[in-house]
Design a protein. Structure first.
Length: 238
């Protein structure tokens, strides 16, 4: 839990998470990073960008992607990951994957994504944000803890939250591909970040609540290597 103004806390949080990632990349130059979108991880990428690390062999797998946006839409997670992570750090674009970006059928994209993660040897460190509904990736309440990458329907609450990235809520897709909770739990290490009052209930449920599919992020309690990095507002209900 990081003290200070919201901006100071975010910067410090980004640095802490970046320290964990740096350690992984120094130990393993072709490390596999689990990448998250959203505003929360931005300070992590910014902190990492200031460090003299060789990113050329580092591989990445994004958590999730919308279904149905026009090709090249700036809010597709492919575009967001390219802009905010690949370009910021100088990752090799062909080593970074987003569910459904292999041009194949959507219904079987999840299985292909799982196979690609397995072929890469699994995720070494997974960065996570958390939704107000307690989602991680796009695993909304009710998602099975055993779930793997698959097509899901977004809740109205999540569509409303994400409407800020679009001209209107009508543009926000209704479906997505997301790594499952089982996929996320397979990562060797998890780093969950959350900032702001709006996340406080979800954070309290994730960290201290019952482990329950009604709050998908509570699945992190089942993982042996989790770091949760919060500002005071997000931690206010712990
Ligand atoms: C999105 C993403 C999640 C993200 C969450 C929080 O819907 N699918 O991976 O963690 O919302 O976003 P933000 O960090 O912008 O609050």
């Amino acid at each position: 839990i990081l003290p200070g103004s919201p901006d100071e806390a975010k910067r410090a949080a980004g640095k802490l998470a970046a320290d964990l990632i740096e350690r992984v990349v120094r130990a393993k130059p072709d490390a596999v990073l689990g990448l998250a979108t959203g505003s929360t991880p931005l300070p992590v990428w910014h902190s990492l960008a200031t460090r003299p690390l060789d990113w050329s062999r580092v591989r990445g797998f994004a958590l999730d992607e919308y279904i149905g946006l026009p090709d090249g839409h700036p809010e597709s997670y492919r575009a967001v990951i390219t802009r905010e992570v690949v370009d910021t750090l100088g990752l090799t674009p062909s080593l970074v994957h987003v569910p459904g970006d292999d041009g194949g059928e959507i219904q079987t994209a999840g299985d292909r994504y799982e196979a690609a993660i397995a072929a890469a040897g699994g995720v070494d460190i997974q960065v996570l944000g958390i939704g107000r509904t307690g989602h991680i990736g796009f695993n909304e309440p009710g998602s099975s803890f055993a779930s793997r990458t698959r097509v899901k329907t977004l809740t109205e609450a999540t569509r409303r939250d994400n409407a800020r990235f679009f001209d209107s809520i009508l543009e926000v897709p209704r479906h997505c591909l997301t790594q499952g909770l089982g996929t996320i739990l397979d990562a060797r290490r998890l780093v969950l970040l959350a900032f702001g009052e709006a996340k406080a209930d979800a954070v309290a449920g994730a960290v201290e609540g019952p482990v329950s599919a009604s709050l998908p992020a509570s699945a992190i309690q089942l993982h042996p290597e989790v770091t949760v990095i919060l500002d005071e507002a997000a931690a206010s209900k712990l």
